[in-house]
Design a protein around this ligand. Sequence first.
Ligand code: CU
Length: 222
Amino acid sequence: MLSEALFALAAAQSVSAHFKLAFPAWRADTLAHEDTSKYSQWTYPCAGVPYGAGNVTDWPLDGGSLKLELHHPWTYVFVNLGVGGNSTNFNVSLTPEFWNTTGSGTLCIDKVPLPVMVDDGALASLQVVTVGEAGSALYNCADIRFKKDAQAPANCTSGGIKVTAIREQNGNGTTGGNSTGGNSTGGGDKKSGSPGTLGVNAVALGTVAGLASAAFAMGLGF
Ligand SMILES: [Cu+2]
């Protein structure tokens, strides 16, 4: 009896753990399949879910919304893009300043800027990676199609999550000085020596339902 109760508790915890990629829609519900071990979020690059297993969501040409449900006390979040259908090479980082999130709840970013040019109608996949205290990573992927007229999710609000953008050492993130969001004209080379200057992503994060503490730490070894 006791062992059954403990097992049930452990199972319940494993289901509520890890994270959900709510928008764009993930390839498959990897939380629901956790117990059957059909998919595992521990599996690189996409939790064991093949390309095309789920929906293809339209996403704007210059970047779009990202909505996650986070369940751990804290996690680092990275978002990568693989261009093309069935890409397994997620070599475009959408988070040159990765996100340090704390709390359990919903994180919705209005616009994750796209650092590359894409054609209308081009296929791609997003890979969301979360890294916890053990240094091991969890993965979920969403298949997208870049469209000029892509619809934003109906409701992009965050709750329960505090997020900070962390500047990676030697990262090549654009360091704009202004807050026009996504179209930095601050230009050139202000990578160092300007603490307090928010990069494009940090500006975007600042729009998260007033919950964002817009700050970043320089040179965090990772
Ligand atoms: Cu977990």
